[in-house]
Every structure is written in C-alpha cells, then in structure tokens.
Design a protein around this ligand. Structure first.
Ligand code: AMP
Length: 293
C-alpha cells in the first residue's frame, strides 16, 4: 500500500508510521529523518540543510526531491511505503505525482491527521528522541516505561530534544505548515485520495482510526483524478458528490427546499410526492476553531 501521512508537526505522523511499519510491513520514508541523518553525517547536503531546518523553514525542493527519488528506487518499497513529511508543498506534490506515474505506482491514500493547535505545541514541547536507537518519546504523554532500556546500548534511553522543537521555531513551523502544506489537503481531495482522521486522544485509538481508513481505502480503491474522468464522460453530478464527500456534510439550502416543495405541491395531483432525501448524518463540529486541517 502506498500511503502519504499528512499533518502539521506534532500530529503524530512519525509515531503512527512506526506502527504501520509493523502492521503493513512497508517502510516509512521520512524526509525529516533523511535530512537529520545527512546533518549528523555532516554531508555537503546536511551542512546546507541544517540552518534552514533549525529555523523551521522548508529545505530546497530539489534537495528533498533528489532524496525521495533515490529512496523510491530502493527495492524495499516494492510492497508499498509510508511517506511522512513529504510532500510539503504543492510543487513537491506535483513532482511526486509525476514520479510515481513514471514508476507505475500511484498513491493509494493520503491521510490527514488533524490535531488542535494548542495540543500540537504541547506535544512538540515534550518530544524527546533516544540518541542511540532513535525512538521518539514524549515526556508528557508517552515517556519510556520505568526500567525500559535502549536496544542499542542496553542502558536507559539517552533522550535529547530536537533543536527545531523549541518554542520559537515551533511557531514558525506551524506557520509554514499553514501556508505551504495545508493546501495539499485540497490537492489530494480533488484526486479522491484524501481521508481525514481525528489524531487526538489515546494513541491506540488514533491507530485504530488510521487502520480503519486504510482498510476502507483498500476495499474501495480511491477515485481516479477528476480531470481524467471529466474528459471522458463529464459526469458533473458524480464530481460534486465526490467533492462533497471530502467536506463536512451540509444541510440542503432552504431556498431549494422551498422550491422543490412548491413543485411537488403542483405535481401532487398527478404524481406521488417523492420522499425527502435522507438527512445527512450530523458531523461532530471541530473541537476548537484553530484546529489544523
Ligand atoms: P520533520 O521531521 O518532518 O518535522 O522535518 C524537520 C525539518 O526538515 C522541517 O522543518 C524542514 O526544515 C525539513 N524538511 C523535512 N521534510 C521536508 C520537505 N518535504 N521539504 C522541505 N523541507 C523538509
């Protein structure tokens, strides 16, 4: 399965990816991890990327795309992959789309992990990584268990905080997400690939929500790009229905309801009035206005 996990920093893409590696047997490809490895190895690319990363800005598209191209050429991605932190803007998304088209391996699903802004800041502030095994913990929500040891050293996990996880940089990273990355939700919704999940609450519950949308995406393959369908048959009604599916359901406009009621009244002598369409299921309103989508 070929999956993109979309969501702001701190939404749990990395944590959930770790779980999907186990349950689906496919690798996680995190551009953040690849870049941090380059920084640690002090490669030319790493040295160039470090200051940009520390400032919470996006690293140059060509650098990141080069890394992705190389990574997707490795044989372990044959059964699928989880992209985490890539794409991060529209030009990366377009480049990924054409690369995967060339490879004959289109995406199956894109899942947007939705988390309230305050919760993101809290999560990022508590995030710590083990220097040796690379496992990510959160000192507030998921600290190492008492007596837990690092599989690499046999001693306690040696935790450190990422340099870009400080308060000032977090604000910049969230701003960059809003400006550059959040438009990808529409990009993938237009292609029938986007699914949204509430990524707050218990970790296992979030994993269950994620697995449920993945299972549904496998059963019901994602729609083909709108443009290709529209060219063939121009099914205007279908297009509207698919678009609506990615947005919260709305009640029918009052005006049109009145209009159709009038029409029905006129026709009632000849034809039986059609049953009113089933009310769309009410959707839970977002918990807070500044929820990241
Ligand atoms: P992450 O671990 O995904 O939060 O990424 C950490 C940092 O690496 C980001 O703040 C960016 O500076 C950089 N980065 C990661 N992925 C990308 C990407 N796809 N495009 C540009 N920069 C990226």
């Amino acid at each position: 399965m070929r999956i993109v996990l979309l969501g702001p920093p701190g939404s749990g893409k990395g944590t959930q990816s770790q779980r999907l590696i186990q349950s689906h047997g496919i690798p996680q490809i995190s551009t953040g991890d690849l870049l941090r490895a380059a920084v640690a190895a002090q490669t030319k690319l790493g040295i160039a990327a470090k200051s940009v990363m520390d400032a919470g800005k996006l690293v140059d598209d060509q650098i990141v795309l080069g890394m992705i191209r190389e990574r997707l050429a490795l044989p372990d991605v044959a059964p699928g992959f989880i992209l985490d932190g890539f794409p991060r803007n529209l030009s990366q998304a377009a480049a990924l789309e054409s690369l995967l088209k060339q490879l004959g391996q289109p995406l199956d699903v894109v899942v947007l992990l939705q988390v309230d802004n305050d919760e993101l800041v809290r999560r990022i502030g508590g995030r710590r990584t083990c220097r040796h095994c690379g496992r990510v913990f959160n000192v507030f929500t998921s600290p190492p268990a008492p007596g837990e040891t690092c599989p690499k050293t046999g001693g306690p996990h040696d935790l450190f905080q990422r340099p870009d996880d400080n308060e000032a940089t977090v604000a910049d990273r969230l701003k960059v997400y809003d400006e550059k990355t959040s438009p990808l939700a529409k990009f993938y919704a237009d292609r029938g690939l986007l699914r949204r999940i509430d990524a707050e609450g218990d970790l296992d519950v979030v994993t269950a929500r994620l697995e449920a949308v993945l299972a549904a995406a496998v059963k019901k393959p994602a729609a083909r790009p709108v443009t290709r369908r529209a060219k063939k048959k121009a099914p205007a009604r279908k297009k509207v229905a698919r678009k609506a599916a990615s947005k919260p359901a709305r009640k029918p406009a009052k005006k049109s309801a009145k209009k159709s009621a009038k029409k029905s009244a006129k026709k009632s002598a000849r034809k039986p009035v059609r049953k009113a369409a089933k009310k769309p299921a009410s959707r839970k309103a977002p918990a807070k206005a500044r929820r990241h989508r």
